[in-house]
Each structure stands twice: as structure tokens, then as C-alpha cells.
Design a protein around this ligand. Structure first.
Ligand code: SF4
Ligand code: SF4
Ligand code: FES
Length: 286
């Protein structure tokens, strides 16, 4: 059964999107309109369950009459606006953003980025091997998830999910400034000495795989991770009476990770430690 939250009706906003008439409910963003029209506008820091942060600027579009490019993920559609998503300026800007990010960060596990690098003819290699921002080993300091900050684009989505937008645990924050800025727990301690409650809600929103399930990390290291061979089954968590939805990712008849549907009107993709990581008992045949 799909739950449909009741909301007051919203007026439609009419504007022009790449020369075509577009209509979206009042309050919708340009990105919402692009997605409804089937346009693949790249996004990285945008999260469908989070307030836009405008950190990456890879989603920029051109709005007629505006001096600067606008981030499609946060700019709301306005009546009569004339938006272009694929112009020389937008392509140039996206290319630069992709080059800067992919030259300084390992984006090998970021979904769709390989296609965008090709589409925008980005050449991150022109910045050379010294451009790496962090250059450290993945942090494996607990049994449940791994933090690999070589892959972190500093989008702040994990901080928002851990903090006031969802979890209210505030276990992680941005430490340092400028080039030294990084995501860290208090005093940069191991996760096991922090306030983390292992809900995994930061993993759910991380766009690059910088935060990843230990199961996925180990399988990637062993060369056995195969998303194409995985099935996804959404079910109800049996640990308590709240009834959160779990999506079980299964490969070779084993659960390899658990996510949660973002469109669930109660949980919005968030879980607790039991729903997120408590699946090992299903496979424990001892
Ligand atoms: S697992 Fe949960 S509590 Fe721990 S850092 Fe991530 S969001 Fe915060
Ligand atoms: S760890 Fe992931 S979610 Fe957090 S800032 Fe880095 S890329 Fe974004
Ligand atoms: S996706 Fe829009 S600014 Fe990052």
C-alpha cells in the first residue's frame, strides 16, 4: 500500500524551460521541473530529504535576465521565468566544478559521475596527481561502517542528517577551515568514542560513498560487489512497533546492505541502528 500524505492543493507556476512551457506546483524548484521533464541535470549536494545546501554548484542553470547562474536544486520556479539548462555557460560551469571535484577527490564510487565527466568533457587529470585533498587511508574503527574521506566532497549532507534536520545527535561536524576543512567527530576521535548512535542516516545521504557499509567496503575490496546482480526488496522492520520500511539489498542470497525509502512519509529514509545494521542474524545459520 502506498501512503499518500494529504496536503492543501498548490497553485501551478507556469514558466519556460528550454523553450518549452513548464508547469510545477508553487514552491517546486527548477530541478523538480527538470526531473519532471526528464532532463538529467547533474546534482551532488542536493538531497531529496534535506534542505538544499548549495555547496557543489554542479546543477547550475541560466535564468534570463539574471547576472549569475542559478542552482537548480534550490531556486524555486517563478511565474514567467525563462530557464535554460544546457547553454555554453552552464556546460562550462559544470565542467569546471566536475574537474575541481574529481581532481581533488576519489569519485570512483559516485553514481553517474563518470557519465557527467564524459558529457561535459571534464579533464580532472589536468590538475595533476598532487591535487588530492585528503590522501589518507579509510577509517575502519567500528564493525558497521567505514569513513573514507578521500571520497568526501564536503557537501555537508551527513552533518545535516546527523544534526538538526533528522537525527539530532550532532555526532559529526565540519572541523578546520579552508583547505583543512573536513568532516570529523569531536576531537577527531574514533567513531567508537563519539556520540554516534550508528543510525547510518549519514550513509543514506552521502552521495559519493565516502560513508559506506562495512559489508560494501569489504566486498568492493574483494572485487565481489556487483550492484547489477543485486535485488531490492522493501519490507517492514520487525524489531519494534514503529513499522519503518526497510529496503533489503540482496546479492547471492545474502543481505549486503539496508536502505530505507526516501518517500516514506514517516521515516523519510531514516532508520535506527537495529533497522539499518541488525540484519546479520538473518544470515547467521550457526
Ligand atoms: S551513524 Fe547516525 S549518529 Fe552516527 S554520525 Fe551517522 S548520522 Fe550521526
Ligand atoms: S562524508 Fe559524504 S555526505 Fe558527508 S560531506 Fe563528505 S561526501 Fe558529503
Ligand atoms: S546539487 Fe545544486 S548546488 Fe549542489
Amino acid at each position: 500500500m502506498t501512503a499518500i500524505p494529504l496536503q492543501p492543493p498548490r497553485r501551478l507556476v507556469e514558466f519556460t524551460l528550454d523553450g518549452q512551457e513548464a508547469r510545477v506546483p508553487e514552491g517546486a524548484t527548477i530541478l523538480d521541473a527538470c526531473r519532471a521533464a526528464g532532463k538529467d541535470v547533474p546534482t551532488l549536494c542536493e538531497g531529496d530529504t534535506l534542505t538544499p545546501k548549495n555547496a557543489c554548484r554542479v546543477c547550475v542553470v541560466e535564468v534570463a535576465g539574471a547576472r549569475t547562474l542559478a542552482p537548480a536544486c534550490s531556486r524555486r520556479a517563478e511565474p514567467g521565468m525563462d530557464v535554460r539548462t544546457d547553454t555554453e555557460r552552464t556546460r562550462h560551469s559544470r565542467r569546471i566544478v566536475l574537474e575541481l571535484l574529481a581532481s581533488s577527490v576519489d569519485m570512483s564510487t559516485t553514481p553517474k559521475v563518470a557519465g557527467w565527466l564524459k558529457e561535459y568533457e571534464a579533464k580532472p587529470e589536468r590538475f595533476g596527481a598532487d591535487a588530492a585533498r585528503v590522501n589518507e587511508e579509510p577509517r575502519v574503527d567500528n564493525d558497521l561502517y567505514v569513513r573514507d574521506y578521500d571520497k568526501c566532497i564536503l557537501c555537508y549532507k551527513c552533518v545535516d542528517a546527523c544534526g538538526e534536520q533528522w537525527q539530532n545527535t550532532f555526532a559529526i561536524a565540519v572541523a578546520g577551515r579552508g583547505f583543512d576543512a573536513r568532516i570529523a567527530v569531536e576531537h577527531d576521535a574514533p567513531l567508537t568514542d563519539s556520540a554516534c548512535v550508528y543510525c547510518g542516516n549519514c550513509i543514506e545521504v552521502c552521495p559519493t560513498g565516502a560513508l559506506t557499509f562495512t559489508s560494501e567496503f569489504d566486498m568492493r575490496a574483494a572485487g565481489t560487489w556487483d550492484e547489477a546482480a543485486q535485488t531490492e526488496t522493501t519490507t517492514v522492520c520487525a524489531y519494534c512497533g514503529v513499522g519503518c520500511n526497510l529496503t533489503l539489498h540482496v546479492q547471492d542470497n545474502e543481505i549486503v546492505k539496508v536502505t530505507s525509502p526516501h518517500d516514506n512519509p514517516v521515516t523519510h529514509g531514516n532508520l535506527c541502528i537495529k533497522g539499518r545494521f541488525g540484519y546479520q542474524h538473518v544470515q547467521n545459520r550457526d
